[in-house]
Design a protein around this ligand. Sequence first.
Ligand code: CTP
Ligand code: MG
Length: 400
Amino acid sequence: MTLTPVPRLAVVVVAAGSGTRLRGGAPKAFVGLDERTILHHALRGVFAAEAAQVVIVVPHGFEGDALTDARDAAGARADLVSVVTGGQTRQESVSAGLAALWADVDIVLVHDAARALTPPAVFDRVVAAIDAGAVAVIPAMPVVDTIKRIDPADGRVIAAVDRSELAAAQTPQGFRRDVLAAALRDAEADHTDDAAAVASVGHPVMTVEGDATAFKITTAPDLDRARALLAGRPSPEVPPAPAPRGPQVGIGTDVHAFGGEGALWLAGLEWPGEIALSGHSDGDAVAHAIVDALLAAAGLGDIGTHFGTDRPEFAGAHADAFLSHTVGLLAAAGWRVGNVSVQVQANRPRFAARRVEAERILSAAVGAPVSVSATTTDGLGFTGRTEGVAAFATALVVPA
Ligand code: CTP
Ligand code: MG
């Protein structure tokens, strides 16, 4: 295992709010956007940006859920994640996150989980500005609406405000670690963002360009907007791990009529003195049913997909050629055979004396146990009239 080098950068993702305005039935960060939570989406943006220690701050009782989301979103960076419990206010939650930073970290970004769709480029712009010498940086968006100052008591307009002097602050907000830690330690008021705490102790705060998709999910319409944006968004930044596979079963059946040329071949055996079955190959309905069951179990199509009449090399071929080719197809797709059970319905040939022999030869060809049983159909149907042979197989395959 290779360990990721200790980064100089950390991102504190604050997700400990209750989401009272959203009323999503769970703390806001744990409300679903699609099949994933707001927090999970926020973390995807974080992990797609520069490698950083990631501290997630969550409400008491949600630490385990957050870790599950984080491991899923982190991909190869899971060893950079920790989860801590937040406080009553956003500022207390940020402080709890700062307390978990590793010693080598000297740049801290604080990011609202509620800004779930923030693109990685915004993180990059903030880090670049700190690298260029700023002590505090926020992403900001121009205000598009005309702004009025009002009297909160009755909503009456008191004055117009020049919007060219205004900007809407977003996150991630970036700081030199020492500056942010000191500002929060000394903060007298509760600030709604970290830049305000840093500015209140006299540091300049720079801006970089924000992004319209970094809006904060606050109310139900914001949630709708985020969901609509996601529905139109292409592939995720972090490739999902392949779903773990378990055992799978498949079924296969085959029928052949008597009346072929030469000797009878059935269940991998030659039956001297019996009437041959007709078919493109040797007409071995037992082998063909097993092939279909194996292919079906592995989700690889059916016998026609792989052994069509356009494959002259299988004309006249016997069971071992079909079965070993099929087992090879399965192996290439990551499957091995668990076992196979096949039943023959036929008046002739009589299997009793050669059943064990058939099992041995088929098991050798498949490389796994194949059990064979045989029955007649009480004189009914085409098998009862000795017109042909039917075979029914089930197969179990397991990941190789
Ligand atoms: N936050 C936090 N700890 C708190 C309060 C807020 O970590 N005690 C986080 C939220 O989880 C969110 C961000 O700060 O990611 C911005 O806060 P806000 O949008 O106000 O979220 P909530 O406080 O959860 O929502 P509301 O104010 O509607 O209850
Ligand atoms: Mg709040």
